[in-house]
Design a protein around this ligand. Structure first.
Ligand code: SF4
Length: 363
């Protein structure tokens, strides 16, 4: 399969690994920002293949995982409003909010539908004019343009029964927040591939520029990741950190101007609440006033019936910051499993706890 098997070639992987082992002389923590990278690293057993002094740490790059409990409670409150249909991607359905999940709300009678794209959500709105259809916008710069496109389409069609609750987040500010906090010493960062396809590799210049940390953008196949680690090791060993791209088939320095223009047309940056990190200025995307008719937070009065509460014993906040691993959590594999998740990191297909759970033998 072109663009897949050619990036899984074992002979090339061995060559890259031999080079990394030969060149790397000092301990280093290398954080992969993206949950997609975490899953790929576990799936292909890459942690085991690297020299023991190189540690791969999972970062905050799972959008569902970093959505705060208070924001999930808002979605639950929307689901309780009579006449509202919640549309969302599948990952979110089982994520526990303070007092239940969308899954349970649906079992109790709420109209909650899984969609595969925002186009599906628009179709549901068109076909159900008596319903108020809310799409739950969770994701980074990668998915936000598709949501922007849906809002523009709804606006053009005057589809008044379609709105979005925008819980979108942008990624450079949280990277800065983690590096500023300095809880974990990081010598290299594997920058997210799909996000960088939108915002461009240049968006990461602050990592070497302000923090003196090595970084490179990676794709999601094993050779992409090993190539990226190889670049990072070269930077660390030479003492010359910079931004490199090991995913040039998808990522340009300037990103995707059309997608960025669409984001800017519909959204404006706003503070956002990140699980485990708290509120970070300019790390969220709020819907511009011009599109208020499609902003669920303006269309509906969202009332939280009770104070948000975090799942007891869950360490997702620490796992997201790479301060703890899923195995540090007493609930891991016991009270918390993919069938009965306690926290979001066990639900999401990109969550660290789910990756540890499914690929335990690769640890
Ligand atoms: Fe939270 Fe479960 Fe992960 Fe523990 S194992 S941190 S309870 S999601």
């Amino acid at each position: 399969m072109k663009f897949a098997t050619e990036f899984r070639d074992s002979a090339l992987a061995k060559k890259l690994l031999d080079g990394i082992r030969r060149k790397s002389t000092r301990p280093a923590n290398i954080m992969e920002f993206c949950g997609g990278h975490t899953v790929a690293i576990f799936r292909y057993g890459l942690r085991d293949l690297l020299p023991p002094h190189l540690k791969l740490l999972s970062g905050p790059g799972c959008p569902v995982c970093v959505t705060s409990t208070a924001d999930l409670d808002k979605v639950m409150a929307l689901a309780r409003i009579p006449g509202v249909t919640i549309t969302t991607f599948g990952d979110l359905i089982k994520v526990p909010a303070s007092y239940g999940s969308l899954d349970r709300a649906r079992a109790a009678g709420a109209d909650v539908r899984t969609v595969y794209s925002t186009l599906d959500a628009l179709d549901i709105a068109r076909n159900n004019p008596g319903k108020k259809v809310v799409f739950v916008g969770i994701g980074f710069e990668t998915t936000a343009p598709t949501v922007a496109a849906a809002i523009l389409q709804a606006d053009a069609e005057k589809l008044q029964n379609f709105s979005v609750i925008s819980l979108h987040k942008v990624t450079p500010p949280v990277t800065r927040a983690l590096l500023d906090a300095g809880e974990v010493k990081i010598q290299g960062i594997i920058c997210p591939g799909h996000v960088s396809a939108i915002i461009g590799a240049d968006a990461w210049y602050f990592i070497p520029g302000r923090y003196g940390i090595a970084c490179a953008v990676s794709g999601f196949e094993p050779l992409d990741i090993l190539h990226c680690v190889d670049m990072i090791i070269d930077q660390i060993e030479s003492g010359a950190p910079r931004v490199q791209t090991a995913y040039s088939r998808a990522v340009r320095a300037e990103g995707n101007p059309q997608a960025l223009a669409m984001l800017d047309r519909v959204f404006e940056v706003a503070p956002a609440d990140w699980r485990g990190v708290g509120s970070i200025p300019e790390s969220g995307l709020a819907i511009r006033e011009e599109f208020a008719a499609h902003d669920a937070e303006k269309v509906f009065e969202i009332k939280l019936e009770r104070e948000p509460r975090e799942p007891a014993g869950c360490l997702c906040g620490e796992v997201i910051r790479a301060v703890k691993t899923p195995e540090d959590c007493k609930l891991f594999r016991k009270a918390c499993t993919p069938e009965n998740p306690v926290g979001p990191c066990m639900v999401s297909s990109e969550g660290s706890c789910a990756a540890y759970y499914h690929f335990a033998e690769a640890i």
